[in-house]
Design a protein around this ligand. Structure first.
Ligand code: NAD
Length: 348
């Protein structure tokens, strides 16, 4: 029986190995590294293939494919969003992804991306907040204290210098879990009993709830001048977190408008509602925050280029580590045209 050639083996990073790699690097250093990879890909935004993600909706959730390419590598992520899952002991969001070489079309990495999505989402939020949040921001309200919340909190600490997280969740057990998980990180946490209490004194307001409906997590009268809103949870048609009046008073920054107009907070607004593409802030073509009283809003839905950056990062980092297995994923006969012969020899 033939053994697969080295060139056809595909490095695979399992959940266990991803967790080993994260601990090997450290959560905060990894968030900083990921933010740097994502920022560098925002710098070269224009050369990527871009398309709104391909979504398959059901009554209970969504399954999505998120592809992109920079001409040298191609990547995609499979991701779901099922807010009802936690009640059944399952994750709301799970994911895996693949990076391939454009020249051969051969995959060069297959990896879990549930952990990696939480890290890349948080790294993106903090990278954006670095440009848009008021200078010297030290307090964040974290509304929705589920799977993403600790990652969001730590990224804001590692990248923006946030020191205090004011937690609110409709389920107090989620806030207690989040506070306990953050206890040894150097962040101060305060569990609040309402969203109004959570936003007191916070310069950054993060909404990260999961509910398959148009919710009003922040109402218009709750948002004062000068804050930065990091809106994470509204990322699907019919699933939003902010009152429309907030959008009217804010300067709205988005990843890829054709996708955000379908999935983001701005799905509530007319098609021609003005938004700024965030890559233009990174490249200096458009200003970010321009005044102390301005409300900046990052209407995050999660875009394929952020996953591509994360896949690139993992490919670079696992290379010389034991944190992967080699998968026999591709049939690669010695004579490329003799696929059937390879099958026959396998029988022998
Ligand atoms: P999760 O289910 O683990 O946590 C969600 C939390 O929100 C739960 O603790 C729930 O009790 C709380 N919640 C729901 N409704 C609330 C309300 N009205 N007020 C206060 N709390 C409320 O989900 P998660 O994995 O942390 O993801 C959170 C959201 O972020 C999801 O909607 C997910 O789709 C989205 N998400 C977005 C991105 C992105 O790139 N923008 C990436 C990952 C996840």
């Amino acid at each position: 029986m033939s053994t697969p050639s080295d060139k056809a083996l595909v490095p695979f990073v399992s959940v266990d190995n991803m967790m080993r790699l994260i601990h090997h690097i450290g959560v905060e250093p990894m968030l900083r590294d990921l933010a740097a990879y994502i920022e560098s890909d925002f710098h070269r935004w224009e050369l990527f293939d871009k398309t709104p993600r391909v979504a398959s909706h059901s009554d209970v959730g969504v399954i999505e494919l998120m592809p992109t390419s920079d001409g040298e590598a191609y990547g995609f992520k499979y991701v779901n969003g099922h807010p009802k899952n936690t009640a059944e002991g399952l994750q709301t969001v799970t994911a895996f992804g693949l990076l391939a070489d454009v020249y051969t079309g051969y995959p060069v990495l297959l990896t879990e991306m549930t952990m990696l999505t939480a890290l890349r989402t948080a790294a993106t939020s903090a990278m954006v907040a670095k440009y848009l949040a008021p200078k010297g921001s030290d307090t964040m309200a974290m509304i929705g204290n589920g799977a993403q919340s600790e990652f969001q909190s730590l990224a804001m600490k590692a990248i923006c210098g946030v020191e205090t997280i004011r937690l609110y969740d409709k389920d107090r057990a989620a806030s207690e879990k989040c506070a306990a998980n953050l206890a040894s990180t150097g962040l101060k946490t305060v569990i609040c009993t309402s969203p109004e209490q959570a936003i007191e004194g916070a310069q950054i307001l993060t909404t990260c709830t999961a509910d398959k409906q148009n919710a009003t997590i922040l109402s218009d009268n709750m948002v004062g001048a000068g804050v930065h809103i990091n809106a994470i949870g509204g990322d699907c048609p019919g699933k939003t977190e902010l009152a429309r009046g907030i959008l009217e008073r804010s300067d709205v920054f988005v990843e890829f408008p054709p996708q955000t107009r379908i999935e983001g907070e701005i799905q509530q607004m007319p098609e021609d509602f003005a938004v700024t593409e965030f890559w233009q802030v990174v490249t200096g073509q458009t200003p970010g925050r321009t005044s102390d009283r301005q409300i900046t809003l990052f209407d995050s839905v999660g875009f394929a280029i952020e996953d591509f950056s994360a896949l690139r990062y993992i490919r670079d980092k696992v290379k010389d580590t034991p944190y992967h297995y080699d998968l026999d994923l591709l049939a690669d006969p010695d004579d490329p045209r003799d696929l059937f012969g390879m099958l026959q020899r396998a029988k022998a």
